[in-house]
Design a protein around this ligand. Structure first.
Ligand SMILES: [Zn+2]
Length: 173
């Protein structure tokens, strides 16, 4: 399905993801770390379930913009599950932002294979997830204090890989 991001340069996609994540944080984050993406999803009116989704699937979101459900595969590390949940919120934001009149059924399924790696909408959802779990201003504050990537990853309860990527995108290394 076509999205606003299909023909957008990745830098613009990431900027949009940052803006959208900041908007969600402004409305739904209680200011505590680590950020709880399940609580944020629930507060946004999205139901969240864990389930056996099989060997191929990390997570998915399905339903309609007004009645969406996130499913997270139980067989993934807690940090990975948190990231997957935040990623699915990114899909929810994108789908809900298209038009209020379109409440048709949809589903986004995220697979382990990396089949969809580099797809614009996945670039958006991944960057959104990083920006939601690792808010720019907090990462910058920790960086200024001299905190290393391991300590930061622990504070945000994300993988070291996700933390490194977020720092790179923020120009902090
Ligand atoms: Zn996705």
């Amino acid at each position: 399905m076509a999205t606003a991001y299909d023909h957008m340069p990745f830098t613009d996609i990431r900027r949009s993801a940052d803006d959208n994540a900041q908007g969600v944080l402004d409305s739904f984050w209680d200011g505590k770390l680590p950020i709880d993406p399940v609580k944020i999803a629930l507060d946004m009116g999205v139901e969240v379930y864990t389930a056996q989704l099989g060997d191929e699937v990390y997570g998915m979101i399905s339903g309609t913009p007004s009645e969406a459900k996130i499913y997270l595969d139980v067989d993934q590390a807690p940090v990975r599950m948190r990231f997957t949940c935040a990623h699915e919120i990114g899909h929810y934001i994108e789908r809900s932002s298209r038009t209020t009149a379109d409440d048709s059924e949809y589903a986004e399924i995220d697979v382990r294979s990396g089949r969809d790696h580099g797809k614009p909408i996945e670039v958006f959802a991944n960057h959104f997830a990083g920006a939601l779990l690792m808010p720019k201003e907090v990462v910058e504050k920790f960086h200024t204090k001299g905190m290393n990537v391991y300590a930061m990853a622990s504070k945000f309860n994300v993988s070291v890989q996700a933390m490194s990527l977020r720092k790179m995108h923020l120009g902090l290394s």
